[in-house]
Write a protein that binds this ligand. Structure first.
Ligand code: ADP
Ligand code: MG
Ligand code: ZN
Length: 480
């Protein structure tokens, strides 16, 4: 069989995290009772007029700047005309001729190294409503709550060659959007949706083959399966001397196969024209400058800074910066306790371990940074044993208790060199005359037996170091 290369380009829809919709004041909140977040504008009533939400433009600009895009400072909205019951106006307001951002790129990391994926454009548009077919036998219902929720559509160039690259690209976009606060990008909840355009060509060929577009992919797993399935389907057609038909296909992840939905339509089929209800948007130099200056530090920069400034490993830096929330919590703890390395160990060990154990997403972990910082300091000053500190931290993780107060109240504070240590030691030596004479006779193995007994008896109120020191002194003085 001939060798084939897979060519993939993505159209990614990202729901923006604005409070209100793109052209009206209705709430964008997910999951309200059907048709409660609606008004004449987002249900396409005659006589209603759209008013652009400034925040949408700002979020689109932030995303475009982060993805190294150029910006159309005069950009317009266009109507994409088609009938479907989830689209009450019979057109979708989108951007065809002058998309707000264009000509950018992002970098992805794969097992084969770094690679640039070019972004053709990012444009603003409105989402459609939702049809509900399943629960009703002889009718379909429509919910317009999602109608008019702002989206940006991010169109890549056909630069990807494998599902690994596609997933790295999607993860890159998701992480970027989350850091920017522009979207939470949840595939499962539909706030990030990817359409996969795929074609195959003989290895070494310069021209692209005919592509198909696959929709309905709502997990990374489904995307990987769909890419594999479609690649095989196209190769089989070509091997049999048949042609690939340009069409939109729907992936069914349960059946692990796709079926044709419709033949591919062109822009001209939609009779796009500039929306006469919306004036062009002018984006000033000043606005762009302001946004550039206020752009947050993104994952890659943070990662490098952690390595350089804090001396953390590449691995730790990568994990700690996976979400902005976790990274910021870590940075707060690090600066409060003044020891980034120790803080990193606590995060890599305890924080992420507990998050995993308790099924909490890392970005949902939240406690006062002072509390972990205090705990780290107490361990450093040997005021609490590491074992007890870990137990106390679980309470910080769950209920955000104040560890200083808690340790005091529970009597977990190490009380060095007080009567307690000496009296406990004397008592234990007295209670174990056999082992004691062995130890005095030079059998050093018995030393550990006494240390263990002491630690259990003191329940962490003395550090192992302090116990060893006291025991050594006592034995030496008795040997004299
Ligand atoms: P349309 O707007 O009609 O869907 P575009 O030309 O804008 O078509 O391309 C949509 C997506 O398809 C882009 O992400 C692009 O990279 C990708 N694409 C275009 N041609 C091919 C091809 N031959 N093989 C794979 N992907 C392609
Ligand atoms: Mg398209
Ligand atoms: Zn509305």
């Amino acid at each position: 069989m001939k060798q084939y290369e897979t060519i993939i380009g993505l159209e990614v829809h990202v729901e923006l995290a604005t409070k209100t919709k793109i052209f009206c004041g209705c709430s964008t909140e997910f999951g309200g009772a059907p048709n409660t977040h609606t008004c004449p504008v987002c249900t396409g009533m005659p006589g209603s007029l759209p008013v652009l939400n400034r925040q949408v433009v700002e979020y689109a600009l932030k995303a475009g700047i982060a993805a190294n895009c150029r910006i159309h400072q005069l950009c317009k909205f266009d109507r994409k005309n088609y009938f479907y019951p989830d689209n009450p106006q019979n057109y979708q307001i989108s951007q065809l001729y002058l998309p707000i951002c264009y000509d950018g790129w992002v970098e992805i990391d794969t097992s084969a190294g770094r690679k640039k994926i070019r972004i053709h454009e990012m444009h603003m548009e409105e989402d459609a409503g939702k049809l509900i077919h399943d629960e009703w036998e002889d009718c379909s219902l429509v919910d317009y709550n999602r109608s008019g929720v702002p989206l940006i559509e991010i169109v890549s160039e056909p630069d990807m060659r494998s599902s690994e690259e596609v997933i790295a690209y999607l993860e890159k976009l998701r992480c970027m959007m989350q850091y920017l606060g522009v979207s939470d990008c949840k595939l499962q909840e539909g706030s990030m949706r990817a359409d996969v355009n795929l074609s195959v060509r003989e290895a070494g060929s310069e021209t692209f083959g005919t592509r198909t577009e696959m929709k309905n992919l709502n997990s990374f797993k489904a995307i990987a399966h769909a890419i594999e399935g479609e690649r095989e389907r196209q190769i089989e057609l070509l091997e049999a001397g048949k042609a690939v038909v340009q069409e939109t296909r729907r992936w069914d992840d349960n059946k692990e196969s796709s079926h044709a939905m419709r033949s591919k339509e062109d822009a001209k089929d939609y009779r796009y024209f500039p929306d006469p209800d919306l004036p062009p948007v002018h984006i000033s130099d000043e606005w762009i400058r302001e946004l550039r200056e206020s752009q947050p530090e993104l994952k890659e920069e943070k990662q490098l800074r952690y390595q350089k400034e804090f001396g953390l490993s590449e691995y730790d830096s990568r994990i700690l910066t996976e979400t902005r929330q976790l990274a910021e919590l870590f940075e707060d703890v690090a600066s409060l306790c003044g020891n980034p390395k120790k803080a990193a160990n606590w995060f890599m060990g305890e924080v992420l371990r507990l998050a995993k154990e308790k099924g909490r997403e890392p970005e949902k972990v939240s406690f006062a940074p002072e509390h972990l910082a205090d705990l780290i300091e107490m361990v450093e000053k040997k005021e609490v044993s590491p074992q007890n500190a870990r137990k106390v931290f679980e309470k910080v993780f769950d209920q955000d208790i104040d560890p200083v107060v808690y340790i005091e109240e529970k009597g977990l504070k190490i009380v060095e060199d007080t009567g307690l240590l000496t009296s406990t030691l004397e008592r234990i030596l007295e209670e174990n005359p056999g082992p004691l004479s062995e130890l005095l006779g030079g059998k050093e193995k018995v030393f550990g037996f006494f240390v263990g007994k002491m630690m259990r008896e003191l329940k962490g109120k003395a550090s192992p170091d302090a116990v060893r020191e006291a025991l050594t002194k006592e034995i030496e003085s008795r040997r004299k």
